[in-house]
Each structure stands twice: as C-alpha cells, then as structure tokens.
Design a protein. Structure first.
Length: 74
C-alpha cells in the first residue's frame, strides 16, 4: 500500500525519445486548486435524464457484458 502513496521515477524505454514543450507560465486568472466551479445561473449545464433515457441506458448496460456490475477492460 505504501508504494501507491509514494511517487517513483518515470519508466525509461531504450530507443524512445520524447521531447516535451516548455511549460506555459501560470495565468493569474486560474482558480485555486480544488476549486469547484459554480453551476451557471438557471441550473446545471447537463439536462436531467428522462425516464425513457434512464431505461434506455439501463438496458444498454444490461447487455454490455458487465459482470457483477463491472464492465471488463480491454
């Protein structure tokens, strides 16, 4: 468990060279870390699901191959 909480070095692969662009300077208008933006006036940006949508998505999930409610990875 301690390994998951501590950062380690990034892996290096022989024959692979990655060049990263320089980091952009921080802007003064960005919100502080952990800031959760407020919903716009008038409600959330995502419309609520209708009963028909809920049934449609539930039916899709049921035939998706989920095992004990979990979809298999690739």
């Amino acid at each position: 468990m301690l390994m998951l909480l501590s950062a380690g070095p990034l892996p290096r692969f022989d024959g692979v060279s990655i060049t990263y662009p320089p980091a952009a300077p921080p802007t003064t208008s960005s919100p502080p870390p952990g800031h959760i933006p407020q919903a716009p006036p008038g409600g959330a940006r995502v419309p609520q699901l209708t009963e028909a949508d809920c049934k449609k998505f539930t039916d899709l999930f049921q035939v998706s191959g989920a095992v004990d409610g979990i979809l298999p990875g690739m």
